[in-house]
Write a protein that binds this ligand. Structure first.
Ligand code: ATP
Ligand code: BTN
Length: 270
């Protein structure tokens, strides 16, 4: 399938300033899910930094197998292979790392102030514009690889978003009134991810957490925590060192919330 002009791989590669991310880069037409492709590449020994970018996904997914709408020509769908060589638990910080990179790329290319809804959504004007799917595989106790999947709504018309997502979801075009070349956004994203992943590898956790706190749409808000065994309410107060959310439970104590276990909804003011 032909690659649309705004995803020209030669142009993206020429503008890359990254040391690691997007080297190599594979741009494809239609795929099932870029995360599936990169998970398989990770298993097969592909190098850290590999990025796969697709024009369209037929089986794009979010957390817990939920569908991610991935129409052709309008969205950015990419997955990046990382080999952080750290215990997988610490890698939950990587969702924050990706969120910061997405927010910076959006700022650079579209001039918009993006916020991070813990753990994996990126909001503009309170609406969901992008999401991150961080998956990891442990090959043995010490070696693992991580796939960071990123989906951004870029040039959607209101009819390109499924009706049940509208108006809770948005796209750069719907917010700015402009068409954004997807390749420019991909380049900015890989360059920003390169910087933030370097910070992660160098152990500059405080710098990551400080920016993530500043960009957070969740901290300071009353939340409902939906866990497997029921739901409870509290106030989102901080991020823990490993990226977990710290929630002051109503009438209770401080509880750590780990991304893989819960959904967070904003509670109406009490
Ligand atoms: P949670 O709080 O559990 O993370 P979520 O709504 O963020 O809830 P995810 O699994 O993280 O759920 O994200 C997938 C959800 O995102 C889908 O169920 C759908 O509601 C929404 N979604 C799917 N495609 C898009 C899209 N292109 N743009 C915005 N939102 C989308
Ligand atoms: C979410 O909000 O739950 C995360 C959505 C992640 C979507 C991206 S698109 C590229 C990559 N491939 C997928 O199948 N999912 C991620």
């Amino acid at each position: 399938m032909a690659i649309p002009a705004d995803l020209d791989p030669a142009k993206i590669q020429a503008a890359l300033r990254s040391r690691l991310i997007g080297r190599p880069l594979e741009v494809l037409g239609e795929v099932a899910s870029t995360n599936d492709l990169v998970m398989a590449a990770g298993r097969a020994g592909a190098p850290e930094g590999l990025a796969v970018l697709a024009d369209r996904q037929t089986a794009g997914r979010g957390r817990r197998g939920r569908a991610w709408a991935s129409p052709a020509g309008v969205g950015l769908y990419t997955s990046v292979l990382l080999r952080p060589g750290r215990p997988p638990g610490r890698a939950s910080l990587l969702t924050l790392v990706a969120g910061l990179a997405v927010a910076e790329a959006i700022q650079e290319v579209a001039g918009l102030d993006a916020r991070l809804k813990w753990p994996n959504d990126i909001l503009v004007g309170g609406r969901k514009l992008a999401g991150i799917l961080c998956e990891m595989a442990s090959l043995d106790a010490s070696v693992s690889y991580v796939v960071l999947g990123i989906g951004i709504n870029v040039n959607h018309g209101s009819r390109d978003l499924p009706v049940d997502l509208f108006p809770e979801a948005t796209a750069l075009s719907l917010t700015t009134g402009r068409t954004i070349p997807r390749g420019d956004l991909a380049t900015a994203l890989y360059n920003a991810l390169d910087r933030w992943y370097a910070a992660f590898c160098e152990g500059r956790t405080e710098a990551i957490l400080a920016l993530a706190r500043q960009r957070s749409a969740t901290l300071g808000r009353p939340v409902v925590v939906l866990a497997e065994d029921g739901q409870w309410r509290g106030l989102a107060v901080d991020l823990d060192d490993d990226g977990a959310l710290l929630v002051q439970e109503d009438g209770g104590g401080l509880r750590r919330v780990v991304a893989s276990e819960v959904s967070i909804r904003e509670a109406l003011a009490r």
